[in-house]
Design a protein around this ligand. Sequence first.
Ligand SMILES: [Zn+2]
Length: 221
Amino acid sequence: MRIVLLGPPGAGKGTVARLLSSGSGAVQISTGDILRGAVQAGTPLGREARGCMDRGELVPDNLIIGIMEERLRGPDCRKGFLLDGFPRTISQATALRELLGRLDITLDLAVNMVVPRDVILDRLTTRRTCSNPDCQEIFNLKTRPPAEGARCTECGAPVVQRDDETVDAISRRLEIYNEKSSPLVEFYAQEGLLFTTTSLTKEESLKDITEALGQAPRSTR
Ligand SMILES: [Zn+2]
């Protein structure tokens, strides 16, 4: 299973990737997690990335693509992978196509997750994240509230609203998505890999994608 997940922040790419990963052994590769790791490590690239994320902007290609190549070469990716949040631009998609060609890897599907703006805003502004770097458990004020006193149920650390999950930052991220990332839908349509789902629950999205994988001509499962 080798899938690219497309869709705006809050579309549920991470959730669906996690479910597909646990069912197949394919590795979930999230640009966000990789970048946050670099930010926390305080490397020069991490500091550079931090400035971008704090402003709700995209992180430069050269930074992300280097990290992505190292990851895809990992032996655990042989069973497959789910790219969650990458590529975000046409130039990244072109770089990814070139990289996969070199590694002799073929994609099965590019899944486009379409979710209305008001649903996204509601999902993301209610999200809270455990402030313990070794935990980072994710909560939601409506569907999965933290423990009393806004504490993590797993480790007891305070939960916080991330800087990029305020209403202003999300609005900016959606603008950037529409401008830079929505052309990816056409890119993967031309590659013959595009599958679109408009389902709003993880169960329905998962069912849609599993069915599409079964019908994908190059599918490995
Ligand atoms: Zn925690």
